[in-house]
Write a protein that binds this ligand. Structure first.
Ligand code: AKG
Length: 249
């Protein structure tokens, strides 16, 4: 199957800063993947000694395989061209009662120069308004917003200046397990406190291109961090590259 973006989708991404939802796999297939995440990933240490949630595609082949799915890569190639690099993944696990993530642009936090990134947010659990799906503001990527120390109770230390965020324009990205959406490094997004009794687990994938220089060894990355070439080549060699992990037995 060919998942390349149509001209209308490309225009939508450039104008609105996001695309989707799209389907990576069925809810039934995701149920089996969810079990493996619960039993083989969230219970074991990964490459970052500070968290089990980050960059598990580096030690778990089945997670790398999700990132390398053509439903993601054909679309990423439509936006970024043939040379694609996976530099991070993260499990956003919002348990019942989990804190609000404030409005922010990812641009503010990352050790990338220049900051060029495509984010994929993949639903592992059913993700609804009730269990605090991601909300985003279409078109908000056109303006860089100053970030300030967060108000009390937020999951992040910095947030976009609330005076510059018009949340009335937000849309809610509700997803079935196995669905995902795409957004760029400046699209404003947030999620509320999870006031339900249902966990909301999602996996983000961060894709960039070879001309972006990544500072591997500092937080939020870690010593030993490396990128994986998802497609094409890296003619510039600015960053450490590693191979995907061996297939799990
Ligand atoms: O999962 C969330 O609630 C927030 C996700 C997010 O901030 C991100 O993917 O950059």
């Amino acid at each position: 199957m060919d998942f390349r973006l149509t001209p209308a989708e490309l225009t939508h991404f450039h104008e609105q800063g996001y695309l989707g939802p799209y389907t990576l796999c069925s809810p039934e297939k995701m149920a089996a993947i969810r079990t493996r995440i619960e039993t083989e990933v969230l219970t074991t240490d990964g490459p970052n000694p500070k968290t089990r949630l980050q960059c598990r595609h580096l030690d778990q082949r089945f997670l790398y395989d999700l990132c390398a799915h053509p439903a993601i890569l054909d679309r990423a190639e439509s936006l970024f061209g043939p040379d694609l690099i996976l530099w991070a993944t993260y499990f956003f696990n919002k348990e019942p009662g989990g804190s609000e993530i404030p409005w922010h642009q990812d641009f503010n936090y990352w050790p990338l120069e220049p900051v060029v990134n495509l984010s994929v947010w993949l639903a592992i659990d059913p993700v609804t308004v009730e269990n605090a799906c991601v909300n985003l503001i279409p078109g908000s990527h056109k303006k860089i917003i100053k970030h300030l120390p967060s108000r009390d109770g937020m999951a992040f230390g910095e947030e976009a200046d609330p005076a510059q965020v018009d949340a009335s324009k937000a849309i809610s990205m509700e997803l079935q397990p196995g669905e995902f959406f795409l957004f760029n490094e400046r699209t404003l997004h947030q999620s509320h406190k999870n006031a339900s009794q249902k966990r909301r687990l999602g996996m983000t994938m961060r894709i960039t291109v070879p001309f972006v220089k990544i500072t591997h060894d500092i937080s939020p990355l870690f010593p030993g961090h490396a990128n994986i070439q998802l497609r094409g080549t890296d003619p510039l060699g600015f960053n450490r590259l590693t191979l995907p992990p061996e297939a799990n037995p």
